[in-house]
Design a binder for this molecule. Sequence first.
Ligand code: NAP
Length: 285
Amino acid sequence: MRYIEMGSTGNRASIIGQGTWKMGEDSTRRRQEIDAIRTGIEAGMTLIDTAEMYADGGAERVVADAIADCRDDVFVVSKVWPTNASYDDTLRAAQGSLARLNREYIDLYLLHWPSSKAPVEETMRAMRTLIADGLIRSVGVSNFSVELMQQAQEALGDTPLTANQLPFHLRRRVIEKEILPYTQQSRVTVMAYSPLGHGDFPEPGSPERQLLDEIAGRYNATAQQIALSWVVSRAGVVAIPKASSLEHVRENAAAADIQLTPDEVRQIDERFPLPEEEYKVRWLG
Ligand code: NAP
């Protein structure tokens, strides 16, 4: 596993971590989900992404059980939902997440989406209070444009904006146009969500898949591992695939050790071109 600094905090996290969306929804799958997260941690994927919104707090409870004996050895990211983005509600939401996670602090706390009601400045003011109170260790955002990141950073003052969690996979490269150059220059880590396309992955036999399979053959790997390796080939980007199958978990961790050559990265870039359109902001809440 490779580890990189999150933003400019000095704290390191695994370059490939674990998503938890859809976990905690069904009690019959709970054991499997806990085992998956634990297997990932054992394989070095200590970066764990969750949110109060996932299964209404259920995913955070699954994470709590999975990390019960290694709470201080993992880097936990959670998120406040935009309907809770006012100053008071953000403080309350963080307390709720901490109680469900059974932890004294959150390593990185994000605003999940831009809020149509609470101004960014207000949520970031709450984030500063949470940092001052020691309840969170760093602050980030998710689904934010460059302009909104700049507003967040201005409101945070001398507290650095640590991360922006964004969709980034082979078929969704729009963040590379404007957002990634900005985050790289400002030392904001991009957390690539849905790095395997959330099910939208090139079909076996398609020309896109053939290229991935061909490269995968050289590394005794799968096409999905090559896709993850490509995501984290970008500077300042970590990936958070979600896997509940133990085989997938192990493959995802091993993908961090695949170092694609510049020529392989170029071939993949050409096969999955940048879109015409720019990143569009969606406001929720
Ligand atoms: P994803 O990670 O791109 O895809 C998950 C799917 O890929 C699951 O069906 C999983 O199957 C499968 N998979 C995982 N590893 C695999 C492998 N090695 N080979 C083949 N298939 C594999 O999609 P995602 O869940 O949308 O995104 C990941 C995480 O990002 C989420 O869980 C969440 O934490 C975060 N996220 C954040 C936002 C946001 O707004 N901030 C939005 C979406 C997602 P199994 O489960 O059966 O193993």
